[in-house]
Design a protein around this ligand. Structure first.
Ligand SMILES: Nc1ncnc2c1ncn2[C@@H]1O[C@H](COP(=O)(O)OP(=O)(O)OP(=O)(O)O)[C@@H](O)[C@H]1O
Ligand SMILES: N[C@@H](CCO)C(=O)O
Length: 353
């Protein structure tokens, strides 16, 4: 469980009551997660997740919270953040008076708990599928494409804060902790990704708001079907690494997690095909995306190798924090870099179709 900041029952109760959710019945620290403090909060209105943001600032947070609201409003299975009710609309300002500050500027989805920025979102039903099959990957691929399309009219822009500039900043910080052969791979891959980012093909990639961390443990599937029923995706959460970035990077993050054999890091052709063809059933990849898929699979592996090295070697204080294993993404990156076209080649018949 990652509880970086302990929240008292009384303080959580005061917040949920002011949100109009009724008195707090139960408050329970959540197991899992390494970024933020999360609690399940039960009130008479239902079950919610209270998140205290440990690294993101109040200036950065409206991008994520408003994106969740936007996607939920577009019918995507995304938990909607609970807004602070606004007092009754003030009277129209008289001539010469200042107009009121628009609610958007204050962000009524962002609250303060224990001195930290905080949000309350709906608790999703279902459970994560940590051993997904092709049918789960197909559900994911179609939802990812729908999410990309639904983000096209999202007005806010904020870079992926775990994108290339962060990789360039963080690699020198982790280099002293790793072996020479690892350092060589890390430096070489970073140089390659800087080169890719300057290419005209990269500039031609479609982009918009992306989740950028849609791993198996951030997606829920229904548990109500009988065994054998087709899986049904009921939700995706943890938007706090989202940002404006290429859709292809988002897809590569998913392929690297959902469509691989975890012990070896190698891709699984059946699951990769299912994920990609379902994505393409909603939105077809363009020529630049097809060309850069191998490079983005490497980029997505690099991103999580760096963040896992950083979390592992420079940990923060938290109750029962379990950092993820960095060597997993070293293996994935070695596989993608040694066989740069393996996954993309396996997907080629699909891409050409
Ligand atoms: N909206 C939600 N509905 C149901 N469960 C949720 C929801 N949000 C979070 N959880 C539960 O809380 C756990 C931790 O949340 P999350 O993954 O967002 O942690 P984090 O520390 O913020 O992020 P990270 O995954 O980046 O470490 C999840 O594994 C899930 O069980
Ligand atoms: N999904 C990330 C952790 C949260 O960003 C990882 O597995 O490294």
């Amino acid at each position: 469980m990652a509880v970086f900041t302990e929240v008292g029952f009384g303080e959580a109760d005061a917040l949920v009551q002011s949100l109009g959710l009724g008195p707090l019945r139960e408050l329970r620290g959540i197991e899992g997660g390494i970024e933020n403090t999360n609690y399940f909060a039960t009130t008479e209105s239902g079950e919610f997740v209270l998140t205290l943001f440990e690294r993101l600032s109040a200036e950065q947070l409206p991008y994520y919270l408003c994106l969740m609201k936007h996607l939920a409003g577009a019918g995507l299975p995304v938990p909607a953040p609970v807004a602070m009710p606004t007092p009754d609309a003030p009277e129209k300002p008289r001539k010469g008076q200042q107009p009121p500050v628009p609610a958007e500027a204050a962000c009524d989805l962002l609250h303060v708990v224990a001195g930290k920025p905080a949000a309350v979102v709906q608790k999703l039903s279902g459970r994560s599928e940590l051993a997904p099959g092709a049918a789960h990957c197909a559900e994911l691929g179609a939802m990812l494409a729908r999410m990309h399309l639904a983000g096209r009219d999202y007005p806010r822009i904020q870079p992926n804060l775990r994108g290339l500039p962060w990789w360039n900043e963080t690699v020198p910080v982790v280099l002293p902790y790793i072996e020479e052969s690892q350092a060589n791979l890390l430096r070489a891959e970073l140089a390659y990704q800087n080169h890719v980012a300057e290419s005209s093909a990269y500039a031609a990639l479609p982009r918009g708001p992306v989740h950028a961390d849609m791993f198996r443990d951030n997606v829920m599937f229904a548990t109500d079907g009988d065994a054998g029923d087709a899986p049904r995706l009921t939700g995706v959460f943890d938007f706090y690494f989202a940002g404006t970035d290429t859709w292809l990077f988002d897809l590569a993050v998913c392929l690297n997690d959902w469509a691989i054999d975890l012990p070896t890091g190698r891709h699984d052709p059946e699951r990769a095909d299912a994920l990609l063809s379902a994505y393409e059933s909603v939105r077809t990849l363009n020529a630049a995306e097809r060309a850069l898929l191998p490079a983005m699979l490497r980029a997505a592996a690099l991103r999580f190798w760096i963040s896992r090295l950083w979390d592992f070697h420079l940990p923060r204080e938290a109750s029962m924090l379990k950092p993820h294993d960095p060597t997993h993404f070293e293996r994935v990156l070695r596989d993608r870099a040694t066989h740069p076209h393996a996954m993309a080649q396996a997907l080629e018949p699909l891409l050409a179709a």
